[in-house]
Structures are given as structure tokens and as C-alpha cells.
Design a protein around this ligand. Structure first.
Ligand code: HEC
Ligand code: HEC
Length: 357
């Protein structure tokens, strides 16, 4: 008889009807329990990446490597980050933004020996470029922030910079419908929070890679003039590459200012801001140790050094040869090195993306 099979056939499609309300109930209970013990669904999963950097794996090992290829996975995050970076809403007196001290027409820095803070009070250090900062192994001259996200706590709280706090910043942004809407769309389930503000700004900064003619040269797609080539050779022969190396031509190690010949002496005494990495580690061995700065766009970011006291690039190079390498350097070699450093100038590509908004 066909009776048993007919029965089975009838029963099969009934199961989901019984299961669906049961499953819904279980999920609802789980969410309810999660919320009850303080777990928000949003904090359970990490924020998805907005940027991918693609490194050419076949690249031969060299002291300087070309910039990775930038792939923007979530353009709206980068646009939101750009908006926040330029918005004085982040500062207590609504008088300055990140862009005040990191200007795009000044190589990502501000052209001042020491940046001027919110009440016109100068800071103690020179503003480094934000361009290519995502490639640095740590942030700040003494490396006291280990990520771009962590770096943002600095200007938010510093009394001479934004002089504010996260609850204030979040309250202000929530009060602006355009921001509330944008965050809700871009970070569903999370909205405006310290983590999402940091994510947007940090990823905008990560997008600020500045491919240059030198990168094209390394990839065999452009040539250098004889002077530029002589400069690159001198940069290697003098030993500059021992410290200024890698994709960012710096940014990946700490070294003492005055490695071979003491820079700070009785005639040139060190100020508190000159102590370098010792301020972080409290280890005397780290005195005057600074993160080796990137030399990408260095021709655009005078004045130089952590204290901005060195006015010209030629003077900076002369000091480097004398104090870091212990050797004099003829003017012709300095000129050649400057010609080489000029080939490292570039513009952030992602700006086109932001402007196309
Ligand atoms: C008043 C000027 C000023 C403002 C405003 C400011 N910065 Fe800076 N920024 C500086 C100075 C000066 C330093 C170096 C401080 C140090 O090393 O301790 C710095 C360091 C940095 C660095 C580290 C770069 C490196 O190579 O070490 C990043 C990244 C950065 N700022 C991004 C930002 C962002 C993002 C904002 C806004 C949230 C911002 N800055 C606001 C002046 C400023
Ligand atoms: C032993 C490591 C070391 C060597 C070798 C070295 N540098 Fe530096 N360089 C540094 C450090 C550290 C700083 C940061 C000093 C400071 O800010 O007080 C720096 C800073 C600079 C700056 C200023 C960058 C800025 O944004 O302020 C330039 C330009 C520079 N170096 C070029 C050179 C050249 C050219 C050579 C080779 C002749 C060279 N360096 C050799 C470690 C080194």
C-alpha cells in the first residue's frame, strides 16, 4: 500500500512551520540574554576592513620598497573620515581640525617649527606628515601610540589641541543629523562611538599613500636623471638607508639623534621635549631616541627634526652625515641627495575619491 509513504510525504513540509516559531523564540531569547548581560550585538564582531594594501610579493629585497597598491574596500568610510579630519567640531572651541596642523598643500604637515594649538599656544614638537603614516610601525616622534586609532586620543585630549573628551565629541556628532545618518548607514548597529570615529579617521589616513616617480622607477616604469641616480647612490653609500628604509623610507625603527657624535651638549642642552623615547620607556638607553622619520615628501615639509629647529633640507642632511654617520659631506653630494629626495614627492590618490563625492 502507499499509505506509509503518503504519510511521510505529508509530514515533511509541516516541519518548518513548527520549527520557525521555535527558532525565532530561541534567537529572541539569546539576544535578550546577551543584551541583559550587557553584550550589544554590534561589539561582538570586529568592524570590517575598509582598506587593503597589496604588496608586490615578487619584489626583490631592496633597502627601499615601492608603496603597496591601495585598494579602497569601503569608500564611504574614507569619505566620512575625510569629513571628520577636516571638521572643527572635534575641538573644544570649534576652532581647529586635524587639517589645521596636517595640511594637504603642505605635504601633510603645517610648515611651522612647532604647531600652534587651540589658544594660540605652540606645541613643543614639529607636526609630522600624515601622508603614508599608516605604514609607520608606531605613531608620534617617540612612538607612544601603536596604531593610528590610538594616536587620535592624543589630539582629542591634549589641552593645547582639541582639549575635549570622547563623550563630548560623541554628543556633538549625534546632534548633527547628517553625521547620525552617515554613521548609521556606514556602521549599522554601531552608529556613533569612539571606535567608529577612530575607524573612519584612521582609515582615511591609511588611504593617504603618495605614489611617486621613485616608486615607478623601482617598478621599472620610469627613469631617474643622472643627478637623481647619483643622489640615490649617495643615499645608499653614505649609509642613510641603514635608518631611512622600507616602504616609507623611514618610520620603522628608532634611532638616537647623535648616534655617532653627541647632538646634545653643554652648548646645545636638551629640553624636556628632546628626551625622545625615554619618555615612554623610562630607560636611559632610550634617551634622544626618535622614530626615524619617513623621507617621503620631505622636500615639502620644512622645517625639520622633532623640534622643527632645522630650517633647510641641506642643513638637515649635513647634520645627519655628521652626527648619525660621523662623516663630512660635500655640497655636491647634498645637492644630489636633495634631487633624489624630490623624486619621492607624491599626492594622495584617495583625495580624488573624496572630491568625487
Ligand atoms: C595643533 C596641531 C595638531 C592638531 C590639531 C593635530 N595634530 Fe597630529 N600631530 C601634531 C604634532 C605636533 C604631532 C607630533 C606629536 C608627537 O610626536 O608627540 C602630531 C602627530 C600626528 C601623527 C603621527 C604621525 C607620525 O609619523 O608619527 C598623526 C597620524 C596625526 N598627528 C594625526 C592627527 C589627527 C588624525 C588629528 C585630528 C584628530 C590631529 N593629528 C590633530 C599636531 C597636530
Ligand atoms: C642612525 C640612523 C640614521 C641615519 C644613518 C640617518 N638618519 Fe636621518 N634621521 C634619523 C633620525 C632619528 C631622525 C629624526 C631626528 C629628530 O627629529 O630629532 C632623522 C631625521 C632626518 C631628516 C629630517 C626629517 C624630518 O621630517 O624632520 C632628514 C631630511 C634625514 N634624516 C635625512 C638623512 C640623510 C640624507 C641621511 C644620510 C646622509 C640620514 N638621514 C642618515 C636617523 C638617521
Amino acid at each position: 500500500m502507499s499509505f506509509p509513504s503518503a504519510l511521510q510525504h505529508r509530514q515533511y513540509p509541516r516541519w518548518p512551520r513548527i520549527l520557525r516559531p521555535l527558532l525565532t523564540l530561541i534567537v529572541a531569547l539569546a539576544i535578550g540574554l546577551g543584551l541583559a548581560i550587557g553584550l550589544k550585538p554590534s561589539s561582538a564582531t570586529p568592524i570590517p576592513p575598509s582598506i587593503a594594501l597589496i604588496v608586490n610579493a615578487t619584489q626583490a629585497p631592496a633597502p627601499i620598497q615601492p608603496l603597496p597598491q591601495l585598494k579602497v574596500l569601503r569608500p564611504p568610510v574614507i569619505r566620512l573620515g575625510a569629513q571628520l579630519f577636516n571638521d572643527p567640531i572635534l575641538s573644544h572651541d570649534r576652532g581647529s581640525s586635524c587639517a589645521s596642523c596636517h595640511q594637504f598643500n603642505q605635504g601633510g604637515a603645517d610648515g611651522l617649527p612647532q604647531s600652534i594649538g587651540n589658544q594660540g599656544v605652540p606645541l613643543t614638537l614639529n607636526s609630522p606628515t600624515v601622508f603614508n603614516s599608516g605604514l609607520n610601525s608606531a605613531q608620534f616622534w617617540d612612538g607612544h601610540a601603536d596604531s593610528l586609532e590610538a594616536q587620535i586620543d592624543g589630539p582629542i585630549h591634549d589641552s593645547r589641541e582639541f582639549a575635549t573628551d570622547w563623550p563630548t565629541v560623541i554628543r556633538r556628532l549625534k546632534a548633527q543629523p547628517d553625521y547620525a545618518q552617515a554613521f548609521q548607514t556606514i556602521y549599522p548597529g554601531r552608529g556613533i562611538s569612539e571606535a567608529t570615529i577612530k575607524d573612519a579617521i584612521a582609515n582615511f589616513e591609511r588611504s593617504l599613500l603618495t605614489p611617486s616617480r621613485f616608486d615607478q622607477f623601482l617598478q621599472g616604469k620610469a627613469t631617474l636623471t643622472p643627478t637623481e641616480k647619483a643622489g640615490y647612490k649617495a643615499f645608499q653609500d653614505y649609509g642613510c638607508v641603514a635608518c631611512h628604509q622600507g616602504m616609507n623610507v623611514g618610520g620603522n625603527l628608532y634611532q638616537r639623534l647623535g648616534l655617532i657624535k653627541p647632538y646634545y651638549t653643554a652648548q646645545n642642552p636638551a629640553k624636556p621635549a628632546d628626551q625622545g623615547r625615554m619618555a615612554v620607556t623610562h630607560d636611559k638607553l632610550d634617551q634622544y631616541m626618535f622614530k626615524v622619520p619617513s623621507l617621503r615628501n620631505v622636500t615639502l615639509t620644512a622645517p625639520y627634526f622633532h623640534d622643527g629647529q632645522i630650517k633647510t633640507l641641506a642643513a638637515a642632511i649635513r647634520i645627519m652625515a655628521e652626527y648619525q654617520l660621523g662623516r663630512p659631506i660635500p655640497e655636491a653630494d647634498i645637492d644630489h641627495i636633495i634631487a633624489f629626495l624630490k623624486t619621492l614627492e607624491g599626492q594622495p590618490q584617495s583625495i580624488a575619491l573624496v572630491e568625487a563625492q
